[in-house]
Design a protein around this ligand. Structure first.
Ligand code: MOS
Length: 695
């Protein structure tokens, strides 16, 4: 055993970096089975109604077109739990963009031309797509996403608010936000004649895709193989199977050919989920010392009529601050819209925008520094559950961030700093994300010659997960990193949960750590050379990772922002973003920094550039491509710094890590909004803060 130096915690470069930049890494649409055909879906062009007829004659006359699938001839499937996957099963159009046909052809171009030639007629019905605060049909759901209760109430929030010395009541509105991973959703499906199915899918979890496809197509799970070896981003939108993979399998079964379906970006908004728009009302009551006595956060949002998904944006109010009297409630309305779903830090990103903006307003009303206000409201235990925190790094993040950012030099007065045409301001907001972990299996094999192989159906969606799993194994085995090979992204490997909820490294890593330790013990006992078939240890963390814990476990952070607002054009530019996070032990600083700054950059988009408008008449989202949906580009991204505290939390997992994939986005939009207020002296409450809102 070598291990003179810690492999875990080292700045290891991504093990697949060269494969990615040289094009060797294959993505789902890049598998080329012999005789492969291509599919192109046809989305509904009405907002609600029924398909009354599909005229496929012109499409079938297009050169290379092999088939046109509709609800009349597509393979029948068993009803999935997720009704967004029940495509081409009936004539119903629940929202604009719902798929009504699929064209399969010899080439991508033929399929696209064929899709353009399909003529669909509809019987339209009245549609209703607009979210407002005062809709009479708003309801409080039993559960919001993630299994959180729709409503939680403690004490007397109304009474405490009414009698508070300092009161803030504010409404915030966030537009819908959309997942636009660099690699749009794609799948290559091969329906074998022998009743087997092989699918390469761009997914955050091949295991879920395998199980859902097996159920829908009536196959034994063991006859279905799903591969997600390289994935170009997902941000939650690939966390569940999406219609493209179902359509690809239908097309392969219908034509007897392997079929690739890569979704055009313009169709994503309707079929891969989005962050639902949320309307917030926050009421904070405090004593003259700034200590909160009442916290009331109401979230109004929408879901589709296809499947219920409620953005759990009031949940962070149950975690963050002292609040003896509290109400956190979600209210939702079912509309004729595409089904919302996960987008990086669902719940926290939206909810903390509102709560942390309101905290800034409270600081101003109480005449307190916003860092100091937050420090005064540190709870002794998690307010909603009463459970002690396993660790709570927020005060440390606020202090360290203030020091690094130069917060002590800040003049608290809003609207007084000017550099030419620019009004300058700075702001701060807190960040949080829960610690999630799921049971996983993994195997560790020693091969003759001193190599080791780790096998686990984990997914690397661009995070560096593959690399970090190698580090965890190398550390536990006491071998150098280059003596470990990691195989992930296939259902033929030991089963593992999806890459979601910032839980991947903890979940898979725990099993990898365990298998590697077991293998190290096997090797220590073993005498003589390693046999040709190798020595293997298999671990399953069901007992440990599934166990209930008596602690509230969350990562925390503090994000500081400096903005310049052009008083002539109204353009807001972030000049500096600085985040300090407390997320347990950081296992690879290089890939961790990339996750944190990436999240903060996504928060920058949420604050300044991203958003969609709902067309009430046509039921559509207007911004469906990257020319109109503005994700930040390099010129928009300022100096973004991410730092972290050394946090030693013994109540997590053997690596001592908390998730880092999502926390970076949380709080960033509020920090920027608070800086905009500090610059302007006026409070904007409806991001993105585009020039039309500033002027
Ligand atoms: Mo993430 S939104 O939990 O995939």
């Amino acid at each position: 055993m070598t291990g003179t130096r810690d492999v875990l915690g080292a700045d290891a470069e991504r093990s697949e970096a060269r494969d990615k930049v040289t094009g060797r890494a294959r993505y789902a649409a890049e598998y080329r089975p012999a005789d492969r055909a291509y599919a192109w879906p046809v989305p509904a062009t009405v907002a609600r109604g029924r398909v009354t007829g599909v005229d496929d004659r012109q499409a079938l006359a297009v050169r290379g077109v092999l088939a046109v699938l509709t609800h009349e001839n597509a393979p029948r499937v068993a009803a999935p739990d997720d009704a967004t996957l029940a495509v081409l099963q009936d004539d119903r159009v629940p929202h604009r963009g719902w798929y009504v046909a699929l064209v399969v052809a010899e080439t991508l171009e033929d399929a696209r031309a064929g899709a353009a030639a399909v003529r669909v007629s509809y019987g339209t019905e009245e549609h209703d797509v607009l979210l407002t605060r005062d809709r009479p049909d708003l309801r409080t759901p039993e559960e919001a996403n993630g299994g959180h209760p729709g409503l939680r109430e403690r004490g007397d929030p109304d009474g405490a608010f009414a009698s508070a010395a300092v009161r803030v009541e504010a409404e915030y509105a966030l537009t819908a936000l959309h997942n636009h991973p660099m690699e749009p959703h794609a799948a290559t499906a091969h329906w074998g004649g022998d009743g087997t199915l092989t699918v390469q899918d761009s997914s955050q979890g091949a295991g879920v895709v395998r199980d859902v496809l097996a159920g829908m197509f009536g196959l034994d799970r063991r006859r279905v193989t799903v591969v997600s070896e390289h994935v170009g981003g997902g941000f939650g939108s690939k966390g569940t199977p999406r219609p493209h993979v179902v359509l690809a399998v239908m097309a392969s079964r219908h034509t007897g050919r392997p079929v690739t379906l890569a979704l055009p970006r313009r169709q994503l908004a309707a079929v891969v989920g989005h962050r639902a728009p949320t309307l917030h009302r926050v009421r904070l009551g405090a004593g003259s010392d700034g200590v909160i006595t009442a916290l009331d956060h109401e979230v109004v949002t929408l879901t589709s009529r296809v499947r219920e998904f409620v953005e759990q944006a009031a949940v962070p109010g149950r975690v963050m601050y002292t609040s003896p009297n509290s109400r956190t409630v979600h209210r939702v309305v079912d509309l004729d819209v595409a089904t919302p779903s996960w987008m990086r830090a669902p719940g926290e990103a939206s909810g903390m925008y509102a709560l942390e903006s309101a905290m800034d307003e409270l600081a101003e009303a109480a005449g307190l520094d916003p860092v100091e206000l937050r420090l005064r409201n540190e709870p002794a235990a998690e307010p909603d559950s009463g459970r002690p925190f396993s660790s709570r790094g927020l005060p440390g993040c606020l202090r360290e961030g203030a020091r690094r950012f130069g917060w002590q030099d800040r003049d608290p007065r809003p609207g007084v700093r000017r550099e030419g045409d620019l009004l300058i301001g700075s702001g701060v907001a807190a960040s949080t994300y829960p610690v999630l972990v799921g049971p996983s299996r993994a195997s560790a094999t020693a091969e003759p010659g001193g190599r080791h192989v780790i096998r686990v159906n984990a997914t690397d969606i661009g995070t560096g997960a593959r690399t970090v799993l190698g580090q965890i194994a190398a550390q536990a085995l006491g071998v150098p990193l280059d003596a470990v090979r990691v195989e992930i992204g296939s259902t033929v490997l030991p089963s593992a949960p999806l890459a979601g909820g910032s839980s991947g490294t903890a979940s898979w890593g725990w099993a990898v750590h365990r298998a590697s330790e077991q293998l190290a013990a096997l090797l220590a006992e073993h005498t003589g050379p390693v046999p040709a078939e190798g020595l293997t240890a298999l671990a399953d963390t069901r007992a440990e990772a599934g166990a209930a814990v008596p602690y509230a476990r969350h990562a925390f952070g503090a994000v500081f922002a400096e903005v310049g607002v052009d008083a002539v054009t109204g353009e807001v530019r972030a000049r500096r973003l600085l985040g300090v996070f407390a997320a347990g032990r950081v296992l690879n600083p290089r890939t961790a920094r990339s996750q944190l700054t990436g999240g903060m950059t996504m928060g920058l988009g949420m604050a300044l550039t991203e958003g969609t408008t709902r067309d009430a008449r046509f039921g559509d989202v207007a911004e469906c491509d990257l020319a109109s949906y503005h994700v930040p580009v390099c010129a928009d991204v300022p100096l973004v710094e991410a730092h972290w505290l050394d946090e030693d939390d013994p109540h997590l997992n053997p690596m001592g890590s908390k998730g880092i994939g999502e926390i970076g986005i949380v709080g960033t939009a509020a920090a920027i909004g608070n800086a905009v207020h500090h610059a302007l002296g006026a409070r904007l409450r409806e991001p993105p803060f585009t020039p039309d809102k500033v002027l």
